[in-house]
Design a binder for this molecule. Sequence first.
Ligand SMILES: C[S@@+](CC[C@H](N)C(=O)[O-])C[C@H]1O[C@@H](n2cnc3c(N)ncnc32)[C@H](O)[C@@H]1O
Length: 418
Amino acid sequence: MSPSPAPSLSHAERFARLTARLADAQSLWRQLPFQHRDSPWGEAWSGLDAALLALSDDEAARLQDAPFTDSPLADWLPVAELEALSALPELAGDGPALPAAWAAHVGGRKWSQIEAFLPRVAVEPGERLVEWCAGKGHLARALSRRDAIEVTALEWQAALCRDGQHLADRQGAAVRMAEQDVLAPEAGRWLSPGTHVAALHACGDLHARLIELAAAKGSAVTLAPCCYQRTAAADYRPLSQQGRERAAALGFTLTREELAMAVQETVTAPRHVRRRREQAGAWRLGFDLLQREVRGVDAYLPVPSLAYGRLPADFAAFCRWAAEQKGLALPAGIDWAAFEAAGARRRAAVVRRELVRHLFRRPLEVWLVLDRALRLEEAGFAVELGTFCPRALTPRNLLLRASRRRRPGSGGGLSPCP
Ligand SMILES: C[S@@+](CC[C@H](N)C(=O)[O-])C[C@H]1O[C@@H](n2cnc3c(N)ncnc32)[C@H](O)[C@@H]1O
């Protein structure tokens, strides 16, 4: 279903309304249902909880994929408004399809992302191109070959720089891999008013640094941000002045852990991986019930995560492992089957209650990208926001394009709204 029509909104208006909606409902989406034996929201929300628990498995799975579509939460929460506020248009891009040979040595999914990203990097004549946090410079090579220009690719890992330089030289691409920690004080030397910086999936502090440097130097930016929670700071400090003011006025704060909610949607894993994850989730919740009883403390106890493939063979073995991690002595005579079954029932409830967080995930991600857009608008940039590929290719499909030079069709900083 397409989003309800939204009025034409500037980034600032969209941001203001999203801040208010996120702040209004924070007592709901901040709760982590797996930490609670019962409803995390109390009596006031018993109707919402009952509606969630009544969902069939199929309905719950459908809503995980499409949280805004025919949602039973619409009786309690502004589902249509959240959908409209977080719906951004597909950003225009042009240019011919890239030759298949350019995909050599690039993973299939990554290449598809580059194919979608690259036509949206609109390089102005005379601009110098820089790739930010480039890995092996796959994007840089494609950009250099498309525009027949030199691209400087910044990456801090020496081995990736070496491999990337080797690939570029072999393919005759004019790419210079430069070993650079982009958080280091001297990283700004790569940016100037005539620079255009492209960054595909640069994480938290890395893309925040790019935005600060671009704002200071006047460089154009084409950025697909990701992993907002990868920050040195434990608490989020909005990048924009408007963000800081609005958040302070509404008492809206975000911890690093809460930032992770914006990127928790992942591309669907293969069926056997999903099954294993579901089993691990049920076992954790079964162990949680057991530990509450053994300790005589009705409170959640975090248990470390396990690498894929390290899950013990059965529930009892899992509980013994978890108990050992927490220094807990398990008594004899535990009814393993009963705790295992209770864990599975509790997982079904948790999956349904998590649908509240699913509903706010994309709005939070859009809020974070808008904060970045506003930071640049406040620095005098014209900014476009939108998507660069379908979410099936990568859920981190938001793109920010910003330039001090006014782009044709950019609307002087207004977002083209759905
Ligand atoms: C998520 S990857 C993205 C790589 C590439 N842009 C892509 O889309 O495949 C992030 C890259 O940033 C690099 N990186 C991490 N911290 C960095 C830093 N402080 N300075 C420079 N590069 C960094 C990593 O080594 C990695 O290659």
